[in-house]
Design a protein around this ligand. Sequence first.
Ligand code: NCD
Ligand code: ZN
Ligand code: ZN
Length: 428
Amino acid sequence: MSIVIKGARPYGEGEPVDVLIEDGVIAAIGEVNVPEGTEVLDAKGQVLLPGFVDLHTHLREPGREDTETIDTGSAAAALGGYTAVFAMANTDPVADNALVTDHVWRRGQEVGLVDVHPVGAVTVGLKGEKLAELGTMAKGTAAVRVFSDDGVCVADPLLMRRALEYSSALDAVIAQHAEEPRLTVGAQAHEGEQASRLGYAGWPASAEESIVARDCLLALHANARLHVCHVSTAGTVDVLRWAKERGTKVSAEVTPHHLLLTDDRLETYDPVNKVNPPLRTGGDAEKLRAALAEGVVDCVATDHAPHAVQDKDTEWAAARPGMLGLQTALSVVVETMVKTGLLDWRGVARVMSERPAEVGNLAGHGRPIEAGEPANLTLVDPDAEWTVRGAELASIAANTPYEGMRLPGVVTATLLRGRITAREGKIC
Ligand SMILES: NC(=O)N[C@@H](CC(=O)O)C(=O)O
Ligand SMILES: [Zn+2]
Ligand SMILES: [Zn+2]
């Protein structure tokens, strides 16, 4: 089992080199001796990166297999350049016990396109009332290391404190959907000019920022690790900076859509733009880009949220929040961060692979492209462009906000432990 990637540029740097992969591991880089019968993957000078890691994916299995399954979601992930994803716990039944988390892990391994790491729920049934058995999920086959009630906030400060204390003993992290529910009752859109004009109840920035500030204090006092899901406001960036300066073990993610899209989109009334947290202002997006470049926001996570037509193609208030993200993430990062000069390809590797692997505690992903390292790799054509068509994406659902958009950067191959999982837009 050997493959040679011919003429790739690791991190987009230097002259093209050959990368020999044997038994799932990078065997040599540079002038390599290619054994007889080695499969050749011609990289044509394209950019070679460590396989991407998504800390925040909704795969909808079990419960809503009409919108996504571990199978179809894994395909979308591989086509998007991912080698590992974290599947959120807001399934039906909820992933609040080892039976469900171990199923998700095993099913992901059976499909074999990406490592699907289940996120365990923090509270039983995501109800925010009592802690789930984090320990049994951590000790199961899936070895859960990320816990989250994403979709809802762990709003009770005492419960959040206990969750942080408990998780630190497990070397795990609590990923918080930061939304003070008392401040977002009935909310439909970012509280601002657009929402006022369109008559939507607002989701104020402070509903996010107040929870992030509270949780940073709780994490600092518990000496525990906190991860902030889908950061969406400029104010949250300030809170994160302050908390990090004080030595809080906090990490944060931003979604591609919060980097690119703004609440100007609401004018169309198209619920494809409805998402939690809501699309914010241009000023917020600009500050999020700068924070990601600087490292105050650690990484990009998709919050890939497939929804059925009947749950999305409705009047605004009835539509479910969320949008697809796995196959468009890299391109949106190229558009917002690379083309703008905010990140080079090393930076892309950092925010799409290395940092998320560290936050999620994955030993085999987000590793340097060096001999002896696992061959979890993504090949990107930096000069190519493509047009997004929801119906052509691998997900069952088609709710992409980028429909018809032309985006830069094409994933041309993904390798999981030396096996090609996706090549030229097709699953292998
Ligand atoms: N982001 C969303 O708008 N929706 C997510 C839940 C979540 O991430 O909060 C979903 O599960 O659909
Ligand atoms: Zn969320
Ligand atoms: Zn989510």
